[in-house]
Design a protein around this ligand. Structure first.
Ligand SMILES: [Zn+2]
Length: 114
C-alpha cells in the first residue's frame, strides 16, 4: 500500500494504554521524557482547562417579564404538546428531586390559573 502512513514512533498512554503515534523520533522521545498522556487523558478532570470553572447561566434570575430573550423563548414553547414518551422521560428525570414547600406552593398557583 502506497498511501499508508507508517507510524514507526509509537508509545502507550500511561493512563489508558492507548497507542500514541509520532511522526518523528524526537517527538516520541520528548513525550516519553515528559510522561505525556494521550489527547483524551491529558484533558480529563482537573487537567481540563475548564476544571473548577463555573459560569452562571445567562438566564439566571430572569423571567419573561424582565427579559425579552426569555420572553421570546417562552413564547416559542407555548402550546407545545409533549408526546407520551417525552412526558415519561421528564417524569423519570424528576424522580428523587426534592421540592421545597415554597416551590410546591408556586406550582399549585400556576395550576389554578389555567
Ligand atoms: Zn490515555
Amino acid at each position: 500500500m502506497k498511501n499508508k502512513i507508517m507510524n514507526k514512533f509509537t508509545k502507550e498512554c500511561p493512563d489508558c494504554s492507548k497507542e500514541m503515534s509520532y511522526t518523528s523520533n524526537g517527538g516520541l522521545q520528548s513525550s516519553i521524557k515528559n510522561n505525556r498522556r494521550c489527547r483524551s487523558c491529558s484533558r480529563l478532570g482537573e487537567r481540563n482547562p475548564a476544571f473548577g470553572v463555573s459560569y452562571p447561566a445567562w438566564n439566571k434570575g430572569l423571567t419573561k417579564e424582565t427579559d425579552k430573550r426569555v420572553a421570546k423563548c417562552a413564547e416559542s414553547h407555548k402550546g407545545k404538546i409533549f408526546s407520551d414518551r417525552h412526558k415519561k422521560n421528564i417524569s423519570i428525570a424528576k424522580v428523587g428531586t426534592i421540592v421545597s414547600e415554597e416551590t410546591k406552593q408556586k406550582m399549585s398557583e400556576v395550576k389554578k390559573v389555567k
